[in-house]
Design a protein around this ligand. Structure first.
Ligand code: SAM
Length: 215
């Protein structure tokens, strides 16, 4: 049954403009209901964000698919995610054959996602901490995806991109953001494009919003 619902979701995402077969295949395979509270299992394959506790959300499937497509990765690439949350986005990247590093600033969500990765055999390097400064130890990355809205483009993240690598990050005020795709062209040069109007929970931390002053 849930396979059928995932196939329906994939059709909906195709109609909304998602083209990358690897992304669509991962959405078709990963069981989103495992990453949300059981009481919401019936909504797992609706194209909508859902609450996961602690004032946080699992992103809308379209947003996950669009951001993943924008990363433009190939199998075996190294990717850093900021904002593990439920673990769903990391699971999609893992399913696509990436080497996935993911950071979460909420300890409870970090612990929960780590346990779920173990249970499902998803080998993601997950760390508890402030991802707004990246994860220098394993840099450079072919892709960096930020799943929370940032007040500006975090420089620490662009610095940790490999040449040719892409950073996908929502940037803007608290109530809406544009999705920026920054490509590192050389040691010094970057190009950037943006896609309007997404809504994310805030990126907090050193290069994000001040946790005491985000409302
Ligand atoms: N990628 C997640 C998923 O698939 O469920 C969605 C995550 S939710 C929209 C954003 C997450 O970013 C929240 O879990 C939040 O705690 C986390 N977050 C916010 N600021 C952060 C930071 N500086 N470092 C790491 N995680 C952060």
């Amino acid at each position: 049954m849930s396979r059928f619902l995932r196939e329906q979701l994939v059709e909906e995402l195709k109609q909304k403009g998602i083209k990358d077969p690897e992304v669509l295949n991962a959405i078709k395979t990963v069981e989103r209901e495992k990453f949300i509270p059981q009481s919401m299992a019936h909504l797992a394959y609706k194209d909508t964000a859902l609450p996961i506790g602690y004032d946080q959300t699992i992103s809308q499937p379209f947003t996950v698919a669009f951001m993943t497509e924008m990363l433009n990765l190939k199998k075996g690439d190294k990717v850093l995610e900021i904002g593990t949350g439920s673990g769903y986005q990391a699971a999609i990247l893992y399913q696509m054959g990436m080497r996935v590093y993911s950071i979460e600033i909420n300890l409870e969500l970090h612990n929960k996602a780590k346990k779920l990765f173990d249970e499902l055999g998803i080998r993601v390097y997950a760390k508890f901490g402030d991802g707004s400064v990246g994860w220098q130890e394993f840099a450079p990355y072919n892709g960096i995806i930020v799943t929370a809205g940032s007040p500006s483009i975090p420089n620490k993240l662009t610095e940790q991109l490999a040449i040719g690598g892409r950073l996908v990050v929502p940037v803007g005020p608290r109530d809406y953001q544009d999705l920026y795709v920054i490509t590192r062209l050389s040691e010094e040069e970057y190009s950037q494009e943006s896609y309007p109007r997404f809504i994310f929970v805030p990126l907090i931390g050193k290069n994000g919003w001040d946790i005491n002053n985000i409302k």
